[in-house]
Design a protein around this ligand. Structure first.
Ligand code: SAM
Length: 252
């Protein structure tokens, strides 16, 4: 089902640092998307679901070793509390060993999911038993960050910009890198010449068909040069194959 503009998508984030999330949401496109009702983001502090006097959320690892581990109880308590509303929520655990998030998954989430909850880890990671609550484990790439807040924001941002009515011009999302299967074509704005670098003449000429062809060719060139493996998943048209031949001839 493709959601309509008034079909609000809800994100929930369990974190130890709600301000990190809220700060990003209070600016620019995310702020406007929330104001327009396209998305709603509810942030919960895991520490609020502790039951001990010291509100402890972490503890040392069994078996010894460096750092601390996020305890299971506060996370399970938070989920018990949220699940009392009986609403269906898709639970995503953020972890470097998860499935790597990409644009196809952003599109899938934007189309299919109405309520996604993220669990942001911290410290050396989380108690292994927390994995049992999640529907999906996601990573945003092969590197280790300090916590799951940036990964949650990366995913929320990438999904939100695909929702109807969020970007001023829906073509903006449709033409972006990865959505078409290709990397984006180069963009220019005024001035027409800057420090000896000129904007390609075709973009100044106003011939829409020539501009379309040039953009497609440059998107193909970019992809061939930077991420050739992406081309294997694109259904290339006859025109694309002709443009690729031209690019190869130009580069010989
Ligand atoms: N010891 C863990 C490991 O080696 O996999 C790393 C823990 S990391 C310092 C703390 C938390 O940050 C993780 O539990 C996870 O929630 C989040 N995190 C860090 N890098 C991430 C990534 N690439 N994708 C998603 N979440 C990440």
């Amino acid at each position: 089902m493709t959601p309509g503009i008034f079909d609000t998508m809800t994100f929930e984030v369990l974190t130890l640092f709600p301000d990190i999330i809220n700060s990003y949401l209070s600016e620019s496109i995310m702020k406007r998307a929330i104001e327009r009702g396209a998305v709603r983001v509810d942030v919960y502090n895991i520490r609020d679901f502790t039951t001990d006097k010291h509100r402890q959320v972490d503890d040392s690892p069994y078996g010894g070793g460096a750092g601390m581990v996020l305890k299971p109880e506060p996370v399970y308590n938070a989920l018990d509390y949220l699940d009392r509303d009986g609403l269906e929520r898709f639970k995503v655990l953020l972890t470097p060993d998860g499935r790597v998030f990409n644009q196809s998954l952003a599109e899938e989430y934007a189309g299919d999911r109405r309520r996604i909850l993220f669990i942001a880890g911290r410290y050396e990671g989380f108690d292994e038993r927390i994995r049992a609550v999640s529907d999906e484990e996601l990573s945003i790439g092969d590197y280790v960050l300090t916590g799951g807040e940036l990964p949650a924001l990366v995913i929320i941002d990438a999904v939100t910009r695909l929702l109807p009515g969020v970007l001023g011009d829906s073509r903006s999302a449709e033409e972006e890198s990865f959505t078409t299967g290709l990397l984006d074509y180069p963009q220019y704005t005024r001035p027409a010449e800057f420090r000896g670098m000129r904007v390609p003449d075709v973009l100044l000429g106003g011939n829409h068909e020539l501009i379309r062809r040039w953009r497609r060719k440059e998107a193909l060139r970019h992809t061939l040069q930077r991420r050739p493996e992406l081309l294997q998943r694109v259904n290339l048209s006859e025109e694309d194959n002709e443009l690729i031949r031209e690019i190869k001839e130009e580069e010989e």
